[in-house]
Write a protein that binds this ligand. Structure first.
Ligand code: UD1
Length: 339
């Protein structure tokens, strides 16, 4: 029996692969490496001593996915694969809807044919849009501000409807807050293509000398220092949450939506300071215009994850920053190769 990880070579997928293998579980990765590097697989092997079985396929291809399910006994799926750049989704909405929604549908159809009944979905706090109150509980209103977010929202709906129609299906929707950091080995980490959109990869690229300074997007938000507040969570804690979600899905049917966050909000300037103190480096920054679509504050109420999954984040901001730097310093250009 194996766990299929779609998008298992990506940032969160690769960290989850390591945790699953280290826990003695069998995994199969399906990834088309459109936004990840084949070299990730060597790194997973180096960390764990085991090389996962890998299919270089598009999850949207019915034939290719059928082959994965017919050649392996897949008892659960963690679905990470998908396009994830907010700005690009605004420019190319149809590409996002087609890819992200069809991957979910194709996966569910193939799972049904093969009697695979458990799926953990990589969702995002982006489904809460601009929250009315923080911390955010899972039953808060949901609304998205860009097509990427809507693909997460709609995939959640597709999965929910599929579970409502099939009492044997078990769905766990994991709503990630802001994953940062890297595995302690420094062998795997976040490696965005082009100019990073997210805060931490931008900071580590400034630290390593690839960029001159950090642009801080606005200092007039309604927060303690005027810069945006988010719930940053160590990617290894996040990865461990997936193991708990798979176990939950083994023992329960129906749909469960769970926030994976720490419950603590840090501002952009808090993060700059935390990074400087964890690494001893100086990060020059300049205050710039707000980025369109950004919100004041977003952080989780993580109580449901503890109650339902028995999961709680354990790594603090210092370890998040130190591990992000350890990865970037050892791999100044990331994996250095992409398809
Ligand atoms: C972003 C996405 C969100 C996605 C998440 C994945 C947007 C609007 N939202 O969330 O949909 O699920 O990433 O991790 O892109 N910041 C700077 N300078 C930078 C980069 C970021 O000041 O160069 C600030 C932002 O204004 C924000 C904070 O840092 O206040 C975090 O930004 P980011 O890492 O992009 O995450 P989110 O915007 O929360």
């Amino acid at each position: 029996m194996a766990v299929l990880l779609t998008g298992g070579a990506g940032y969160i997928g690769s960290h989850t692969a390591v945790e699953l293998i280290s826990d003695g579980r069998s995994i199969v990765i399906a990834d088309n490496f459109s936004n990840s590097s084949p070299g990730v697989i060597d790194r997973i092997e180096k960390i764990t001593g085991r090389r996962p079985k890998v299919y270089d396929i598009d999850v949207c291809s019915p034939e290719a996915l059928e082959k994965v399910f017919s050649e392996n006994e897949i008892d659960s799926v963690v679905h990470f694969a998908g396009f994830k750049a907010v700005g690009e989704s605004v420019a190319k909405p149809l590409m996002y809807y087609e890819n992200n929604l069809y991957a979910t549908i194709n996966l569910l159809k193939t799972m049904k044919r093969h009697g695979t009944r458990r799926i953990v979905f990589s969702s995002s706090a982006t489904v809460y849009g601009n929250p009315k109150t923080v911390p955010i509980r899972e039953d808060a209103d949901r609304y998205c501000t860009n097509p990427y977010g809507w693909t997460k929202y709609m995939s959640e709906q597709i999965l929910t409807d599929a579970a409502n129609a099939d009492p044997e299906l078990s769905v766990v929707l994991l709503r990630y807050f802001n994953p940062i950091g890297a595995h302690k080995s420094g062998l795997i980490g976040d490696d965005p293509s082009g100019i990073p959109n997210n805060l931490l990869p931008y900071i580590t690229q400034v630290a390593v000398g690839r960029r001159e300074f950090l642009g801080v997007f606005g200092n007039d938000y309604n927060t303690h220092d005027g810069t945006g507040v988010r719930d940053y969570i160590h990617v290894v804690d996040l990865a461990k949450g997936h193991l708990k979600a798979i176990d939950y899905a083994m023992n329960n049917s129906g749909v469960l939506a769970v926030n994976l966050g720490t419950g603590i909000g840090y501002s952009v300037l808090d993060i700059v300071k935390a990074f400087e103190s964890a690494t001893g480096l100086h990060i020059p920054y300049r205050i710039q215009q707000r980025r369109s679509g950004d919100i004041d504050a977003c952080f989780a109420d993580p109580a449901a994850a503890l109650e339902k999954l028995g999961w709680k984040a354990s790594l603090g901001i210092e370890e998040m920053c130190a591990s992000a730097w350890n990865w970037q310093k050892n791999n100044p250009y990331g994996y250095g190769e992409k398809k």
